[in-house]
Structures are given as C-alpha cells and as structure tokens.
Design a protein around this ligand. Structure first.
Ligand SMILES: [Zn+2]
Ligand SMILES: [Zn+2]
Length: 283
C-alpha cells in the first residue's frame, strides 16, 4: 500500500488502499483547499518528479528544499552539532539521495517541527534515519495525521532536546507552536528558528504574526505580546523563518520588538513594548 501526500499542505497520510477522503489540515481555516478540490500525490510519484537540494544557510546550518517547489514551499534546516545532526521543520520529499546526504552530514539524533503545516513526511524521515524521536508539542496532537511511536509529545513551555537545543512553545499561529533555540549556533551568539511564528518578512528587516497566513487573519495584541515575552530571555544573533534565505538582517531581537510594536500600532494598541518584560498583559 502506498502513502499519499496532500499537494496543498504537503502532509503525508498513513498507507492505505486508494487516496484519503479529506485533509483536515487544509480544511482548517489556517490553510485552504484549492479551487480544484482536494488533490493527492503518492510519495513514489513525488520522488519521480521532484528532488531535494541541500545548501548552506549559516554556520553549521544546512537548508533542505524541494525543487520544483512543492506544497507550501518551506525548507527544513539541518543543525550540525558535535553530537550529531538535528532536523528542524521538514519537507514532504524524502528519497535515497537525501538520506545518504543527511547521513554524510553526520546523521540525525532527533527531529522537531514548529507546527502542523510542516509535519509533512516526518515519520518517513524518522524511520529512514534510525527511528529518531520527533518532538512535537502535545497541544497540537490532534493535527497529527500519521501517528507513530517515534513521536514524543511534550508539555509545558520549554523542552531541552540536547545540550544546546531548546524548544520554546510560543503559541499564536497554533496552540502548540514551538520554535527552536540553538545556544551554540553562530559561534555561541545563538540562533532562533521560528518557522512562521514570527514569520520573516520579504525585506528581511521585519517579522510579522498571523493566525492564518493564506486567509489573512491576524493575531490579537495580547498573543503577540506573549510571543515577544516568551522569546525575550533567549540570546540570538540570527533568526531564521520558513523559506530559503529568509533570515533577519541586523539585530533580530531589536527587529522582533520593533515589528511587534508596528503590528500592535496597526491594531490600535499604542502601549509601548519595553525590553524589561515587554509590558506584558495577561493573555
Ligand atoms: Zn492538506
Ligand atoms: Zn503555518
């Protein structure tokens, strides 16, 4: 039996006879079903028509993107640490060439994915690379379409997954939305990988915050303040979004504050964000 992948969001479903009936990820208001209705592709077919490209995103940080663009179009990141590689976010395509290249970079010790839009073929990746754990926040458990024993649901606000890698639950776009902080990245100055919460804007100098990106539904002010407050304790000199080469230019912590302020102003919330605790309101 084959596994099928939703062509709009890239989610892989469990093996079955024929195609699945529907994609709950796309039926949710944070995604969409295209004009032509629900469409599927078998993993074998995706392997025949697409390939992955591995390229440098930063110091000891590799991007993995699919060509031609498939589904949402995010890239995964391979974090090279002394104890082995860690995969942040994921892409639908996994083939023999990608497996051997990832093994050549040191293999994987674990996988973590920001939110359900990038769960894609995570179970396929884990199985092909030693059955490594996939860390997801338990608040998003309902969105997992292919349940597997490799998935580790964690609870609470932070989880350390290795000596210098920490998951931080920021919420917002999804209740269990998590970002990855790499303390040793950028020669010890720190790296933050956010997926799309916050999302890096095309000019690379600003970030933004949405509940639904395809349907243009914003987040409320209290949630945006909460995201900023949760990231304040961490040091980072680089912030990577979801697309290839979408990293904030200049000081990303300053960009985060400035962007949150701009966003709040658009909502009519004029109270300043302070660096000493961010003038937080209760959410
Ligand atoms: Zn879908
Ligand atoms: Zn998303």
């Amino acid at each position: 039996m084959e596994t099928h992948i939703c062509v709009t969001c890239g989610t892989q479903f469990p093996p079955r006879e024929g195609v699945p009936e529907r994609c709950p990820i796309c039926e949710d208001e944070r995604q969409y079903v295209g004009l032509e209705g629900q469409q599927w592709i078998a993993l074998g077919e995706l392997r025949a028509t697409h390939r992955n490209v591995i390229y440098e995103e930063g110091d000891k940080l590799w991007g993995i993107r699919t060509e031609p663009k498939f589904a949402i179009g995010q890239r995964a990141l391979f974090v090279e640490t002394p104890k082995g590689g860690f995969l942040w976010d994921c892409v639908s395509l996994l083939d023999a060439d990608t497996v051997s290249r990832v093994q050549g970079l040191g293999g994987l010790t674990g996988i973590a994915i920001s939110h359900p839009h990038y769960y894609t073929s995570m179970v396929e990746w884990s199985r092909a690379l030693g059955g490594v754990p996939i860390y997801l926040h338990e608040a998003d458990r309902q969105w997992v379409q292919r349940i597997d024993s490799s998935i580790v649901f964690w609870s609470g606000e932070t989880k350390r997954v290795s000596d210098d890698l920490t998951l931080i639950r920021v919420g917002g776009h999804f209740h269990g939305f998590q970002v990855l902080h790499w303390a040793a990245g950028e020669h010890g100055r720190g790296v933050l990988m956010t997926g799309d919460m916050p999302q890096v804007c095309p000019d690379r100098r600003w970030v933004s915050f949405m509940y639904s990106y395809p349907n243009f539904v914003p987040l409320n002010a209290a949630t945006v303040r909460d995201v900023v407050r949760k990231l304040e304790p961490y040091s980072f000199s680089k912030l990577h979004g979801a697309w290839p080469k979408f990293a904030v230019q200049g000081d990303p912590k300053e960009a985060l504050r400035r962007s949150a302020q701009r966003y709040l102003r658009a909502l009519g919330d004029l109270e300043p964000i302070h660096s000493d605790g961010m003038a937080v309101r209760d959410v």
